[in-house]
Each structure stands twice: as structure tokens, then as C-alpha cells.
Design a protein around this ligand. Structure first.
Ligand SMILES: O=C([O-])[C@@H](O)[C@@H](O)[C@H](O)[C@@H](O)C(=O)[O-]
Ligand SMILES: [Mg+2]
Length: 431
């Protein structure tokens, strides 16, 4: 008996890449380096192929990063969207003469990520979107298959002003003390059903932030709680606050900046330490593991090289018994779809993932609306081919115009803060 002829190997040759910077309204969220500007920036990457399918990627919108994406896009024309290894090679070739300066996209908070992985990410995601569309399967199937059909997220609490100076107040109001944080948490939990909450710290003296965590515990007795001061505490402060919050926290995120300092903290407290600042590339794993600096890596496909490289991280994490959670910066629906597809196939992403989603206006997006809804803090994984989202071209044009009108060229929370509070100074550690 003869076997049926095998179908032709699928291909989808890249014919062009269009990179469009966009801006969307963002509330005045406070952090260790300043305050979010009135608009957050993103770059939308659309990869066209000769198969008639297009693929979507989303990443940082800093001008330097956008220029790198455009150059990499030119290097990718003629490459097969099914060959991720070749795509990676071509992206690296486009960066061969690059001095690596700038374009980090995180307002100065995370500056040691891999240049190649940061630029590769959006193309890896777009290529997976294309592959899924050509084959008629969701990206989760291409990544090995879902281990969960819903992904759980945590509510991301921020100290914030009531509104940007010169703008109307936003729907969340001010949160500048424990009761403001509890009020914000109540609104977010009522609307999204979150079962875990993370407080962005590093803004006020640590004792005040500890009081906010204790107030959250009093208001939500069963809630899983985390705090993230983005590395601005000294070892002594981190040990003092860590011990105080040991019975309350699920994990403590980046109390200090360096692997060495976090390792020193970890030896003195009985609480898992998580990071998206001292382990941000594959090179950071050996020193962090040997120092015993972290228990949980907050993976982020935007700087770990996309979906395929994030799966590699998950494999390494499994081998070395590191746990995984997921990090987020201000983002739109394409990034959200990619985060959800990835979390749905990664069994050791077993903490509720971070997302800035609630901080975005529903109408501010480049995808056709109606894909995502939250129930009990969880979002169902899209099952349509590819990422499961479609580009809304009119919305893309509108949000690009918003980018031009905003006049911002990179995320810069510090300069914006100094324009409002001139005596504001960057300091690490601050306390
Ligand atoms: O959006 C912010 O202000 C956050 O502080 C963000 O930039 C961080 O990268 C992040 O969410 C974190 O967990 O460190
Ligand atoms: Mg963090």
C-alpha cells in the first residue's frame, strides 16, 4: 500500500515590512523613574508575504527602536516566514554595525536587554502569526499546544495623580496613599475580577508602601499580593520591608537592582524574589542562578526575542527550577494576544501574569475590537488562526496621527516628571 503524497512544504516569502509608530492615552502612573507621559508609544509591525497573508507584531515605539525595526524589515524581504532561524540571522545582520545605544523603550528602567532579541521579537511574533494563518491554526498550536485555555492576569496597581496637568481627570482618580490604592484596587477587582494584585512601588518611602500592602491585605483577605519597587531599595531596606511583608506577599519583585544585592536580600528573607530587571537576557541566567538571586523570572517576549526564544527561556527555567511569571509595559492588543498565546502553552508560567491592559482606553487600539474579555481575572485564549487578532487599518492611521500630534520621540518618564516637579532627581538606590 502506498502512502498518500505529502503536502508541499508551506512557505510564505516576505515581500515587505511596514513599521508604524503609534501613540495612545496613558494616565499619570508614578514609578521609580518619574511618571508616565500623557501618551504611551508603540510600534506596529506588519509583515506582508507572497501567500497573501500578513503577520502582526507590536513593540516599543522609541524613535531609535523604530529605525532599527525599519532597517531589519528591509533585511527580511525575500525570507521565508516559516524559517525563524533565518529571520533571526537576518535581523542580527541588520544590527551588525549598530552601537546598541538607546531604543530600550522602558524609560530607562530596563537597559541591559539583548539588542538582537529586542529587535527580533516583533518579527518572530509576526512570522508566527503568518504561519498560523497559512496553516489555519492558532499560534498556540505551533508553539506546542495549549496547556490552558484561559490565562490569568494580576491587577496592576499604581500610585497616580488624578490626571495629567492640563488634562481632565481620568476615571481612576488619584492614588497617593494606602486608602487611594485600596480604592483603586476595589475598582479594578470589581471590573476585572483579579485574584492577584501587584503594587508598583519605588515611589514613596518604603514604610508607606508597606502600609499600602497591609491595607490591601485588610481589604482583600484572600488576594495574592506583590510589590515591585524597581530596584530602588538598599539591601538593608529590602530585608527590613521583606521581613515585615513575608507573611503577606506572594513574591517580592526587584527590591534591589543588581544580582549581587538581590542575592544578599534573598539569603535573609523567607520570600520568593522575582525579577524583570536583573535577569533580562540569556547571559544573566548563569550568574543569577549561581548567586541564588531569584526564584521567579518575569518573562517578557518583547525583550527575550519573541515567542520561540521565550519558550527556550521556559525550558531553561524548568531545568533549573526557576518559576516564571510575565512582565508587562504599556501595550496594545497585538502584544496582549502574543502574551496570551505564549502563556497558554507555557506550563511553568503559573503565576497570574502582569498586564497594563486596564490602564488603556478601550477605543485606543489598532486591532478590530471585541477579542478579549476578563472573567475572574482570566482571559480566554483566542483560537482563530495566528494570533487571533486582525488589524484595523483606520484605527492604525488614527493612532499614528495621534503619535505625530503628541510629538514624543521616546518614553521618558523622568524628563516629564521634572517638567512638573523641577526638583525631582533620579536616584538608585533611593531608600
Ligand atoms: O509602566 C511602568 O511604569 C512600569 O514600572 C514598567 O515600566 C516596568 O517595566 C514594569 O512594569 C515592571 O514590572 O518593572
Ligand atoms: Mg518589575
Amino acid at each position: 500500500m502506498s502512502l498518500p503524497a505529502s503536502p508541499a512544504t508551506p512557505t510564505a516569502t516576505i515581500t515587505s515590512v511596514v513599521v508604524t509608530p503609534v501613540a495612545f492615552a496613558d494616565p499619570p502612573l508614578l514609578n521609580s523613574v518619574g511618571v508616565h507621559e500623557p501618551y504611551a508609544l508603540r510600534a506596529i509591525v506588519v509583515v506582508h508575504t507572497d501567500s497573501g497573508h500578513y503577520g502582526l507584531g507590536e513593540t516599543y515605539g522609541d524613535e531609535v527602536h523604530v529605525a532599527r525595526l525599519q532597517r531589519a524589515g528591509e533585511f527580511l524581504v525575500g525570507t521565508d516566514a516559516f524559517n525563524i532561524n533565518r529571520i533571526s540571522e537576518r535581523v542580527s545582520a541588520s544590527l551588525a554595525e549598530d552601537n546598541g545605544a538607546g531604543g530600550h523603550g522602558t524609560g530607562g528602567m530596563v537597559t541591559t536587554t539583548s539588542l538582537d532579541d529586542r529587535v527580533l521579537s516583533a518579527f518572530d511574533v509576526a512570522a508566527m502569526d503568518i504561519q498560523g494563518k497559512v496553516l489555519g491554526v492558532p499560534v498556540s498550536t505551533l508553539l506546542g499546544g495549549q496547556v490552558r485555555d484561559e490565562v490569568e492576569f494580576s491587577g496592576y496597581l499604581f500610585y497616580k495623580w488624578a490626571g495629567h496637568p492640563g488634562f481632565a481627570e481620568d476615571k481612576w482618580g488619584a492614588a497617593l496613599d494606602p486608602s487611594g490604592i485600596v480604592e483603586q484596587a476595589r475598582k479594578m477587582v470589581d471590573e476585572y475580577g483579579f485574584k492577584a494584585l501587584k503594587l508598583k512601588g519605588g515611589v514613596f518611602p518604603p514604610e508607606e508602601e508597606a502600609l499600602a500592602i497591609e491595607a490591601l491585605r485588610a481589604e482583600f483577605p484572600d488576594m495574592l499580593l506583590r510589590i515591585d519597587p524597581n530596584g530602588v531599595w538598599t539591601v538593608d531596606t529590602a530585608v527590613r520591608i521583606g521581613r515585615r511583608l513575608e507573611p503577606i506577599l506572594q513574591y517580592l519583585e526587584d527590591p534591589c537592582l543588581s544580582i549581587e544585592d538581590n542575592a544578599a536580600v534573598r539569603k535573609q528573607i523567607n520570600l520568593p524574589l522575582a525579577t524583570n530587571m536583573c535577569v533580562v537576557s540569556f547571559n544573566d541566567l548563569p550568574p543569577a542562578l549561581s548567586a541564588g538571586a531569584v526564584d521567579v523570572v518575569l518573562s517578557d517576549h518583547h525583550f527575550w526575542g519573541g515567542l520561540n526564544r521565550s519558550r527556550l527561556l521556559a525550558g531553561i527555567a524548568e531545568t533549573f527550577k526557576l518559576r516564571l511569571s510575565m512582565h508587562s509595559n504599556s501595550h496594545l492588543g497585538i502584544s496582549f494576544a502574543a502574551m496570551i498565546q505564549l502563556a497558554s502553552v507555557t506550563k511553568n508560567v503559573d503565576y497570574a501574569c502582569d498586564t497594563h491592559w486596564p490602564w488603556k482606553l478601550a477605543e485606543d487600539d489598532v486591532i478590530v475590537p471585541g477579542v478579549f474579555s476578563f472573567e475572574d481575572g482570566k482571559v480566554r485564549v483566542p483560537t482563530k488562526p495566528g494570533l487571533g487578532v486582525e488589524l484595523d487599518n483606520e484605527a492604525l492611521a488614527r493612532m499614528h496621527q495621534q503619535y505625530l500630534d503628541a510629538g514624543l520621540k521616546k518614553r521618558d518618564d523622568t524628563t516629564y516628571m521634572q517638567s512638573i516637579v523641577p526638583e525631582y532627581e533620579l536616584k538608585t538606590p533611593r531608600w
